[in-house]
Design a binder for this molecule. Structure first.
Ligand SMILES: [Zn+2]
Length: 472
């Protein structure tokens, strides 16, 4: 759901002309349809030019700007701040505003300070506040950092004592049980119950009549059961929120019509890889060819995918996965496909996905063998549960250090086996997104292609494992 659309609603006044810039086709259509105003479908960059205006509102993606050394600033396609700063410089608005995640105030505060210094140098006074939308009569707990630049005086609205509850926001929908509603099955309910108990969950993800909703995102209305915000009906059944209900919890008026569906976000893929293409990759990494040798894998992979399907949008992160980078980018994702080649990286990605409650598809390939498993945080065992005696602490007292294991570069890997695992992962992703069939959750698929032995083995949650403490 486009955050910027929420901000722009306040600008829907007859005398005000608005212009939008948006990379997603459906968000563009939503803007044009509801605001009756121009919206350019474009991925802004430092050479973009802008129309003039009095107010600039931006929601730049904040990735990747970890201060731990992965910040590539203007070299990184996903970092929208250089473009935002350029827009302010070019347009010279009376007021500008951007919103972003709270992490900018903490781990990434040096980066934020840098942005603020650059904007202040353009002659603006700057106000900055971390707000919770529920304090402003939005029936949703959502924390956002708001940064405003102005040239005279600016006050944020007063916070309100009374919060709007989910019940007040949904009204007649609260107990609504439409025939075509998406109801949780008995086995889904059982799953939810099991992991609420295991994680000592106090406030389940059902909506609660007397309080605002949790943060509402597309993932919360279209994602898998455990992540999903649900309505619990008087007869005990649970159902997924309708788009219009989710919109009400964000304070969108009923007349606002979203284009696309709750699953539209599937059309976007981000690729993170800090490597360049080497000759030994070509036998299995089929997005690359000899022309790509020595070039960035993330860039070349995106170029190839864009040629296969020009209708998807692609993000490029020329960086290896690292804890800070993952903390920054993961909250935005519906699913992560781990295609790294060391167990250390796999366990790190597993931890980060659990921390941010993002579904993960894991695969490991070595020689003629591979294994594939999907992790649904809060509801399934995780990758660490698969590798019970491996740790990433380099601590040999507690099992074997992952650093001591051979990587696929060292142990060798048959290209066709990697392709086999890759197609299984892609199938898992499609099934997760479309909620079809049975995922490899709580079980791992293993294949030995040398002897044609294929098995699906149950995986038990490891006692004391990090996956048992995920909040649901
Ligand atoms: Zn685990």
């Amino acid at each position: 759901m486009p955050d910027a659309a929420g901000w722009l609603l306040v600008l829907k006044l007859p005398a005000l002309k608005t212009i939008g810039y948006e990379k997603d086709a459906d968000c563009c259509l939503s803007y044009q349809y509801n605001l009756d105003a121009a919206c350019f479908r474009t991925l802004l960059n430092k050479t973009s030019s802008f129309e003039s205006g009095d107010v600039v509102i931006g929601g730049p993606p904040c990735q990747p700007f970890s201060v731990g050394g992965y910040q590539k600033g203007e070299k990184d396609n996903r970092d929208g701040f250089p473009v935002f700063i350029k827009a302010v410089k070019d347009i010279k608005p009376k007021v500008w505003l951007f919103e972003n995640v709270r992490g900018l105030l903490y781990k990434n505060k040096l980066y934020l300070q840098n942005i603020i210094d650059q904007l202040a140098a353009l002659g603006y006074k700057i106000e900055l506040k971390l707000i919770n939308t529920s304090h402003y009569k939005v029936p949703q707990n959502r924390e956002r950092l708001i940064v405003v630049g102005h040239q005279s005086r600016f006050f944020l609205p007063e916070t309100q004592k009374n919060k709007i509850t989910a019940y007040e926001a949904l009204g007649k929908y609260y107990d609504y049980a439409p025939d075509n509603g998406k109801y949780l099955t008995a086995s889904m309910d059982k799953y939810v119950k099991k992991y609420e108990t295991a994680s000592k969950c106090i406030t389940p993800r059902d909506l609660h009549k007397d309080m605002p909703a949790r943060t509402v995102t597309c993932r919360n209305i279209a994602g898998a059961t455990g992540d999903m915000l649900r309505l619990k009906l008087p007869d005990g059944r649970r159902r997924r929120l309708l788009v219009q209900e989710a919109a009400r919890l964000q304070s969108f008026p009923d007349w606002f019509k979203f284009q696309g569906t709750e699953l539209t976000g599937v059309g976007h893929i981000d690729i993170a890889d800090g490597d360049t293409v080497s000759p030994s990759n070509l036998n299995r990494q089929i997005l690359f060819d000899t022309d790509a040798l020595g070039k960035s894998k993330a860039v070349k992979a995106a170029e190839r995918l864009a040629k296969l399907n020009p209708h998807i949008t692609l993000g490029i992160m020329e960086t290896h996965a690292a804890p800070e980078m993952l903390d920054t980018v993961l909250p935005d994702y519906k699913m992560v496909m781990d295609c790294t080649d060391t167990l250390t990286a796999k366990l790190m990605i597993n931890r980060a996905c659990l921390k941010h409650s993002i579904p993960l598809c894991h695969a490991g390939v070595l020689g003629f063998e591979c294994r594939v498993m999907t992790v649904l945080p809060g509801r399934s065992p995780c990758v660490q549960c698969l590798y019970t005696d491996i740790n990433t602490d380099n601590d040999t007292k507690n099992g074997i250090s992952s650093e001591a294991l051979p990587t696929c570069t060292e142990a060798g890997i048959l290209g066709s086996v990697a392709g086999f695992a890759g197609t299984l992962m892609a199938t898992e992703a499609v099934k997760y997104i479309t909620e079809s069939g049975d995922l490899l959750v709580g079980r791992v698929f293993t294949a030995d292609l040398l002897h044609h032995r294929y098995m699906t083995i149950a995986v038990e949650p490891l006692p004391g494992c990090i996956c048992r403490h995920v909040k649901t």
